[in-house]
Design a protein around this ligand. Structure first.
Ligand code: ZN
Ligand code: ZN
Length: 409
């Protein structure tokens, strides 16, 4: 199939199924300047569907790096209010957000990790109000990825940069079902397929999940009234959208204080322009009490120390080892893709949509219900082909959920 057709279909999918733009709606697109060609197609599609106004926020990694290497120290302790205010304004007005995520995984490897950590914290604080909209589906949002030279050559290190970009496009088109005859229809079917297993998990209402592989050995209680979610979400008007494209995960909320044992990462985690790899986390009563990492130990430590809530989990997600993204056998160094090829947990805040009447839970009641709150939410991959997961119900019945990395039912 020709590239131009695929590119147009991808832009259409992002606008129609991703943020699902409605007539009269405003869209903010956040994108690296390298992806301008794709963004122009997105803008065209958005107006075709009746968007009122499409705003673009461009970024440039070269400039980001120059800033990290040259700006004064205090720069990284603040985040411009005019940026966070505009996000909140757009969300309040019912606008939608499309993020083109295409990071160079090694961008900040030679930057003082303290600068990176300071800015992560300052931006998370400033964007907390806006994130309260996205975390509870009060506005439509979506994330897609486009190859950039730095990212593609990291994923495919042994070939020329042109070939690397081609290969990454090919993988993206496959994982997002663009290579099917009618991608929009393929996504409708995919969303429906995910719902079947989601319903099984919800019907069983598991009290506890036990994760066991050759390395990982961890017990996790789910919150009472937890809800497994997958695929499409719905905004307050009942309009569907897909927050992540691709998505293969079915996810819910662990109990903040009821996680015990040790979990090992199975894919590298890119965080703040640095790679953390081959790491482990040990939990006692939900809190991380020990950690190790072969690579990126300092960055991992700074992530865990973001705030109190970043010492606890906010998400558990199930993805079979045998699934479209995992089958590509590619390590993407991009969480959007890697998390959808593997079971994963998230450090930090929970999605209130993952618990019954979550929107009614007040900030000071969150601990009581075991709902974690944090400035951050970072997914990390833990699935492997030797992972077994047992579910235990409230009447102590054990149900095998995963056997050797795949669904057991
Ligand atoms: Zn997830
Ligand atoms: Zn997550």
């Amino acid at each position: 199939m020709n590239f131009e057709r695929n590119l147009n279909e991808y832009a259409k999918l992002a606008v129609e199924v991703g943020v699902n733009i409605q007539p009269g709606q405003t869209l903010l697109v956040r994108s690296p300047i390298e992806c301008a060609n794709f963004v122009r197609k997105v803008v065209t599609q958005a107006y075709k569907l009746g968007a009122k106004n499409v705003h673009i926020e461009w970024s440039d990694e070269e400039c980001t790096l120059i800033k990290y290497l040259n700006a004064p120290e205090e720069t990284f302790n603040e985040f411009p209010r005019w940026v966070s205010d505009q996000y909140v304004d757009i969300a309040k007005d019912g606008g939608a957000f499309l993020t083109i995520y295409a990071q160079n995984p090694d961008l900040l490897k030679n930057v003082d990790p303290q600068r990176v950590a300071n800015f992560q914290k300052a931006s998370a604080k400033a964007l907390k109000e806006w994130r309260s909209y996205t975390l509870s589906d009060k506005c439509k949002w979506s994330i897609v990825s486009i190859p950039t030279e730095a990212w593609a050559t990291k994923v495919f290190a042994d070939v020329s940069k042109e070939e690397a970009i081609d290969k990454l496009w090919e993988a993206i088109f496959k994982c997002t079902r663009i290579d099917t005859e009618n991608p929009v229809e393929a996504w409708k079917k995919h969303n429906a397929d995910l719902k079947v297993r989601t319903e099984f998990l919800n019907k069983n209402n598991f009290k506890t999940l036990r994760f066991k592989s050759s390395k990982t050995d961890l017990s996790m209680d789910l919150t009472e009234g937890h809800i497994w979610l997958s695929g499409a979400s719905h905004d307050p008007n009942g309009i569907s959208f897909n927050a992540n494209m691709p998505t293969e995960e079915i996810f819910t909320m662990p109990h903040k204080f009821k996680v015990n044992g040790v979990v090992y990462s199975t894919k590298p985690l890119v965080y703040g322009g640095n790679i953390i790899d081959n790491f482990s986390l040990t939990f006692k009563d939900g809190k991380i009490v020990d950690y190790s990492a072969e690579k990126g130990y300092e960055t991992l430590g700074k992530l865990i120390d973001t705030d109190e809530g970043s010492h606890y989990l906010g998400e558990v997600a199930l993805v079979p080892f045998k699934s479209p993204i995992s089958d590509t056998n590619i390590v993407f160094f991009n969480t959007l893709f890697d998390e959808n090829a593997s079971c994963h947990f998230a450090l930090g805040s929970a999605y209130k949509t993952c618990i019954k009447d979550g929107d009614k839970i007040q900030d000071d009641e969150m601990d009581k219900y075991g709902v974690n709150d944090s400035l951050t939410h970072v997914d990390f991959m833990i699935g492997s082909n030797d992972m077994d997961i047992m579910g235990v119900t409230y009447d102590d019945t054990e149900v095998q959920i995963f056997k050797n990395g795949n669904w057991a039912f």
